[in-house]
Design a protein around this ligand. Structure first.
Ligand SMILES: [Fe+2]
Length: 307
């Protein structure tokens, strides 16, 4: 019993923009289709940002072209889509649903002993306000976690680990746009209540990462068309062509990202069911702390005086 998923994210079909090589999206999707035909996954996941937005009319065209690019892939495996912020700047969820021919509501699927949680939490960037995770999406996730009777893979566009953005081209200086800044802590509290092995998978941040919070493994996968990881001597300006394959078994999870920004992690499933103790309080508030600090400070001051 296992679940095998092919993953693509942040395709950004459209014009090249900053380090995103959107003009190469269609040819890379053809490579992804070949990959899916070879890998024979149970399903394909698209974690959102299928396009780089321009205006309502252009975005409709870009999304339709992207849906057509998925058509040969649909012949090999069911494709499940999630909307990213760029899919929502000028288009509604309903427009994306119509183009993709599927509901984009929150959904769960039980396959191969795992429960895939398609957590399609709102990815509209409010201007002003940024990402805001609605109460209804948090409540839905809490219900899924309370009812879980098997391991969970929770897929979303926006990552919720709160992982560091140091070194990230887009988000080092814009960390608030990398996650749901106002709701992240509450979402992590909801996740923490999970009694079953739990893995979270997201896109959006255009890099491969593995972060653990409370024993829950949070993964983010590189964008199909990102180039910022390329150094001058290995082809600056080229899209990295990242796509992933994840095999979730009863004992381990093997996640591999192919392309020029390759990555692999093999994770014991049991490890993702461990929950850490609640963090200790601020040291300064612990009983006896002030006395101990004063005693050590006095000792160190004596030493300094003697030197
Ligand atoms: Fe995004």
């Amino acid at each position: 019993m296992s679940l095998k998923i092919a993953i693509v994210t942040d395709i950004h079909h459209g014009k090249d923009a900053e380090a995103k090589k959107g003009a190469s999206a269609l040819s890379l999707m053809a490579s992804f289709a070949t990959f899916v035909a070879d890998a024979k996954p149970d399903l394909v996941l698209d974690l959102g940002d299928r396009i780089s937005d321009e205006d309502p009319q252009t975005d409709l065209r870009l999304e339709r072209e992207m849906s057509a690019a998925f058509e040969p892939i649909r012949a090999w495996a069911p494709v499940h889509h999630i909307c990213g912020n760029h899919d929502r700047d000028f288009l509604s969820v309903a427009q994306n649903e119509e183009i993709l021919g599927q509901s984009l509501s929150n959904q769960t699927l039980d396959i191969g002993g795992w429960r895939l949680v398609l957590w399609r939490a709102d990815t509209l960037i409010r201007r002003p306000g940024g990402f805001q995770c609605p109460e209804s999406d948090i409540a839905w996730l809490a219900e899924v976690i309370a009812a879980a009777d098997r391991p969970l893979l929770i897929a979303s566009h926006v990552p919720v680990s709160g992982h560091s953005q140091i070194g990230n081209y887009y988000f080092q200086r814009n960390p608030g746009s990398s996650t749901y800044p106002a709701q992240g802590e509450r979402i992590r509290d909801v996740l923490r209540a999970s009694k079953v092995p739990t893995v979270c998978l997201a896109g959006h941040v255009h890099w491969n990462t593995l972060t653990t919070v409370d024993g829950i493994v949070h993964l983010t996968q590189q964008s199909l068309t990102e180039s910022f990881v390329m150094s001058p001597d290995n082809g600056a300006g080229e899209a990295c062509g990242a796509f992933g394959l994840m095999e979730l078994g009863s004992d381990s999870i093997d996640w591999q990202v192919f392309g020029a920004d390759a990555f692999r992690a093999i994770i014991p499933v049991a490890q993702t069911a461990r929950r850490w103790y609640r963090p200790m309080s601020d040291f300064a508030t612990l009983p006896g702390h002030a006395e101990r600090e004063a005693r050590i400070a006095a000792f160190q001051a004596l030493g300094e005086a003697a030197e």
